[in-house]
Design a protein around this ligand. Structure first.
Ligand code: AR6
Length: 176
């Protein structure tokens, strides 16, 4: 796939450490914090983040909302709510794709050149990891083929196993 090669990167590590324009949070619909990457982001950003989140009136599954990054090295946090895996017949794939699209739209609207995603829904929400990586790779590549911003999208994987799944998902796209 044209363009995806130089504009998509796979990184293994803690997303809260990335000094980029925006990181995406795998939040829940309350936006008031939780476990997993959400807990890590709230801890690293500090209590002002929850204060701003309280004013957002939550977020629907598949949608996204933007806050400042506070004590994070990233300028913004884009909070999105992934679907809970319920077997695959409850619209989970479309909702997960929507998380990526809505987050990228917000990133572009806020002049973010570089944005990093965690593997949304693949932890506490139990989405099958390989399927989720495929949806992430396909949705991001379709978006960036059509738009100039964000310039670079990072798939931030917490461990090597997830990074390998993303490598395979991106390679599958390149083969067409
Ligand atoms: N950096 C990058 N990735 C991480 C980090 C980190 N610091 N910590 C975890 N991951 P999860 P979900 C990975 O459970 O499945 C919360 O309670 C993790 O290995 O954080 O969308 C929310 O409030 C996994 O691959 O999010 C919601 O209630 C991925 O991030 C619920 O969990 C997502 O795992 C959302 O569940």
């Amino acid at each position: 796939m044209d363009g995806i090669g130089d504009r998509v990167r796979i990184h293994t590590g803690d997303i809260t450490r990335l000094a980029i324009d925006a990181i995406v949070n795998a939040a829940n619909s309350s936006l008031l914090g939780g476990g997993g990457v959400d807990g890590a982001i709230h801890r690293a950003a500090g209590p002002e983040l929850e204060f701003e989140c309280r004013m957002l009136n939550g977020c629907r599954t598949g949608d996204a909302k933007l806050t400042k990054g506070y004590r994070l090295p990233a300028r913004y946090i884009i909070h999105t709510v992934g679907p809970v895996w319920q077997g695959g017949r409850k619209g989970e794939a479309e909702l997960l794709a929507s998380c990526y699209r809505r987050s990228l739209e917000l990133a572009a609207a806020n002049d973010c050149r570089t944005v990093a995603f965690p593997a949304i829904s693949t932890g506490i929400y139990h989405y099958p990891k390989d399927e989720a990586a495929g949806i992430a790779a396909r949705t991001v590549s379709t978006f960036i083929e059509q738009k100039t911003m964000p310039e670079t999208v990072i798939f931030c994987c917490f461990d090597d196993q997830m990074a390998e799944l993303y490598r395979q998902a991106v390679a599958a796209l390149r083969k067409g």
